[in-house]
Every structure is written in C-alpha cells, then in structure tokens.
Design a protein around this ligand. Structure first.
Ligand SMILES: Nc1nc2c(ncn2[C@@H]2O[C@H](COP(=O)(O)OP(=O)(O)OP(=O)(O)O)[C@@H](O)[C@H]2O)c(=O)[nH]1
Ligand SMILES: [Mg+2]
Length: 485
C-alpha cells in the first residue's frame, strides 16, 4: 500500500464516518453498527501500516487448512489432527519482523505465533517477506466460538484463501453462509481445492470446473481457483508463488480496505435518496393558507366598508383546520418525495403539526390591520360637490329673479350657475372614484399583508425545518459519494 493509497482510504473512511454522524438517527441502528465496525477495522488496519499482508486460510473442518499452513510455511507449527474440529485458536506465521501490533489486533495469542526469518532461510523465503499467514478454526463447526473467530477475522484479513476439499466443496454452509456474502470482494479472495491427491488425475479438471461454476452461481467472478495437496506437496510451490505475488504487489491491503469501504457505502446508500426533492412550493402553500382563513372574503369586506356599503369589515373567522391540514399534507408529500423512510419521518416530525400550523396562522392574521378608514379626498370632493350644487341652485334662483338684458346678475348668473352645476357633478363623480380607489387600495393591502404574514408562517414552520433536513441529507449523500472508491 502506498502513502497515497493510505491517504485516500483514510479520507474515504473519514467521509463515511462523518456521513454517519450527520445522518444521525436516519440510518437504522443496525446499519450504523455494521458500518461503524467497518470503519474501525479499516482505520485500525491502515494504522497498522503497509508492511504486511494478512492472508487467512478459511474453510470447513478437515479441509486441510492447518496442513496447508504447515506445507506453505515448511514448519509443523499448526495442529493437524484426526479429532474434528482440530484448530480452535488462530495460528500465525510471519515472514519478516515487526508484525506484533498487527498480530495483537488480529487476536493471535503470543504462543500461537511463529516467525520465518528469511535470514536463516537464506533467500528461499525472501519472496514471502511481509506475509502474515493465518490458520483459522473451521467456519462450519459444532463449536460456535469457532465461527465467531472466523466472522471477526474475515473483514480483518487482506486476502481470504478458501480451502475446500473434493468431498465438501459444494457445501451449502460455505456457499450460502459465506461466499455469497462476499460478492464484490473477488479481488481479496482465492479458492484452493486441497486434497486433490484423493481423486484420480483425470477427474480433477471436471472437479475444478464444477467448483468454478458454483462460484459463478454464488455471484463471484474472477476468483482464482487452484488445486493442491498438503500431503503430497502438489501445487504448494504455485501457491507460494501466488502469495509472493500478493505480497509484492503491496496493494492488496488497500484493495481489500477499499472493498470493505464500498460495502459499507452501499449499506448506507440504501438509506439515502439519489437526490433531494425540488418541488417545494411556498407560493402554493401560501395560497392554500389564504383560503383556510378566507383572506379574499375579508379583503372584500374591507373594500365594501371603505366604499360605505357597511359600517365595518367582517374580520377573520376561525381558521379552517381541514384546509390547513391539507396544505400541510401536500407540503409534506412534496418534501418527502423519494426520500427514504427515516428521512421522511424526520421531516414530518420537524415541520409544524396541523394544530401548530393552524395556531401560527391564527396568530399571524390576528396582527393584520383591517382599516376601513374612508378616503379624505373622497369626502372633500363630496363636500365640494355639495357646496357647488348649492351654489348652482342659488345662482339659478338669482338668474330667474333678474331680468335678462338688465345687465348685472341677469347676464352672468345663469352662466356661472351652469358652470357650478357641471363642477358639482364632476366633483361628485371624482369623489366616487376616489372612494373606489381607496376601497381597492385597502383591500389590496389586506391581501398583500395577509399573504406576507402567511408566507412568513410557511417559511418558518414548514420551509426552514424541511430545508434543514434536506441540507443534512445532501451532506450525507455527498459524503457517501466521496467515500465510494
Ligand atoms: N489426503 C490428504 N489428506 C489431507 C490433506 N490435507 C489434509 N489432510 C488430512 O485431512 C485431515 C484434516 O486436516 P487439517 O489440516 O487438520 O484440517 P483443518 O482444515 O485444519 O481442520 P480443522 O482444524 O478442524 O478446521 C488430516 O487428517 C490431514 O492429514 C491432503 O491434501 N490430502
Ligand atoms: Mg486446523
């Protein structure tokens, strides 16, 4: 593993960790637990450094894991027995030095560790320097603690070498219980068909082909399958060469850590939507709320009062709960469209309830001024019209009283009377127009102010809490995407 790879993997795991923190409560606890465990394993593995590659021999009891361990290491350190199961403690062989912390983390007891010093072995073991080979207990044991050890080690090992034998390679406990769960981890797996000495050479290709077919059925593609015999030593050289290649490439631990992270990412992604809903409409909701309070009727009554049709405006009645509930329901539906269950529930619990919303709406409209003050201009014009009308009447009387041709009043009074009459009519018409304009202004103002306060309610009680959740969702979604390799 290079420093670059370590930095990248650390960043990915950190992103995943932050995603879990932000998602708080909106990813199911079981998933959080699983993903946190992966984060811990990957972090610990990265912290333990890049100098070793952990290869675990895994398989059913009696398949020959311990025998292969001994054959590969050239030591008789692992217990091989006739009593099944034989191995109950992890056994480790380390090529090279300095793997103590790694072995502690893997849970290998000090007395179950052995080192192959390439110095003593000359150059024959040099190619395996950096290898940590583990012999595990069986996974199909009657002893449940064996299975626990295997399950703990599977995510910790950089490479799993599944050891099967010609009798039990199709075992369902292996395929359903383990291999199918490891789809996506093909690059961190090999399968060894051990005990091939027990079948005639001409049968072996068919056996291998059958095993390969089963792996494909499990959903695993590209997993290398090799045959070996711990007893005769057949295939052991090739196995050692393959392990040397794995150690030399150094990137196996990184690749394995990467697949572990991707598995965790996939688990979190099941609880994150591909995008946030974009169909939220404050305007529509405000419209619904205006209907719930009968805003246009109130505005209309203000207009009538200003026009003089009634002594006072009618004011707001009770806010209609059904209409508020429907507005909230439509909002919630748009806000949670396509969102996973827990996020949707969170939005539902953070926005105002119907009762709260109704109360907020009632409070907001109670502050509205429903002024029905008449227009001063209209009043002035009306007074002017009356004065002019009276003047016209008086002048008309003067005109009738004076004889025409007398000069004086007889000449000008009729003309002025007509002018005054026309002015009176004009002032009256203007007064009506001013009154209508005032009525329109006041009712428009009620509509505008009403919409404004309802919009504030909508923003504060619906939009802000919704956006908080959606912003958190976006953060989680982006973090999860950046955690994916
Ligand atoms: N013929 C033959 N026998 C083998 C081979 N490998 C192992 N055996 C025998 O199979 C039996 C089981 O071998 P182990 O190495 O103990 O198997 P294991 O997988 O470690 O078993 P557990 O520790 O119980 O999980 C022993 O009797 C071995 O001698 C092989 O390649 N050929
Ligand atoms: Mg064993």
């Amino acid at each position: 593993m290079t420093t670059d790879e370590t930095t990248q993997l650390t960043a990915r795991v950190d992103a995943l960790d932050r995603a879990l923190a932000v998602a708080d409560g909106r990813v199911p606890p079981a998933t959080v637990e699983r993903v946190s465990a992966t984060i811990d394993v990957v972090r610990a593995r990265l912290a333990l450094g890049v100098d070793h590659t952990v290869v675990a021999l895994v398989g059913g009891t009696g398949s020959g894991k311990s025998s292969l361990f001994n054959a590969i290491s050239g030591l008789q350190f692992a217990d091989v027995g006739v009593r099944r199961p034989t191995t109950s403690e992890i056994t480790a062989c380390v090529w090279g030095n300095g793997a103590e912390a790694l072995l502690d983390w893997l849970g290998v007891l000090p007395e179950r560790r052995i080192a192959r010093e390439s110095l003593l072995d000359g150059e024959s073991e040099a190619s395996l320097r950096g290898l940590v080979l583990l012999d595990l207990p069986d996974h199909d044991s009657i002893a449940p603690e064996h299975r626990e050890v295997v399950d703990r080690l599977i995510p910790q090992a950089d490479l799993l070498a599944w050891v099967v034998d010609p009798q039990k390679y199709a075992d369902d406990a292996l395929h359903t219980g383990y291999l199918r769960q490891l789809v996506g981890h093909e690059s961190s797996m090999v399968v060894v068909l051990n005990q091939v000495d027990t079948v005639p050479p001409e049968v072996r290709p068919a056996l291998i082909a059958d095993l390969e077919r089963l792996l494909v059925d499990d959903g695993l593609t590209g997993v290398p399958v090799t045959s070996a015999s711990a007893t005769t030593g057949e295939g052991i050289k090739a196995l050692r060469a393959a392990l040397a290649g794995v150690v030399a490439s150094q990137s196996l631990a990184a690749r394995h850590a990467g697949t572990e992270i991707n598995d965790a990412v996939a688990a979190v992604e099941q609880h994150v939507a591909a995008r946030e809903p974009t169909t939220l409409s404050v305007a529509e909701t405000v419209e619904s709320l205006t209907r719930s309070v009968g805003l246009s009727a109130v505005a209309g009554s203000v207009a009538t009062a200003v026009r003089g049709g009634s002594p006072a405006a009618q004011g707001f009645g009770a806010v209609q709960e059904d209409a508020v509930g429907l507005a909230r329901e439509l909002w919630l539906r748009a806000a949670t469209h396509g969102m996973p269950k827990r996020w949707a529930q969170d939005i539902g619990s953070r926005i105002a309830s119907t009762a709260e919303l109704r109360m907020a709406v009632a409070d907001a409209i109670s502050e509205l001024s429903l002024t029905t003050r008449r227009s001063a201009l209209a009043l002035g014009l009306l007074v002017a019209a009356l004065v002019l009308a009276v003047a016209a009447v008086v002048l008309g009387a003067v005109a009738v009283g004076s004889r025409a041709g007398d000069g004086g009043a007889g000449t000008w009074a009729p003309v002025v009377a007509v002018v005054a009459l026309v002015a009176a009519v004009a002032a009256f018409v203007a007064s009506r127009a001013a009154r209508s304009a005032a009525a329109r202004r006041r009712s428009d103002r009620v509509l505008r102010d009403g919409r404004a306060v309802l919009e504030s309610v909508c923003r504060a009680r619906l939009l802000v809490p919704t956006e908080q959740v959606l912003t958190e969702h976006r953060t989680v979604r982006e973090l999860v995407a950046s955690a994916r390799g």
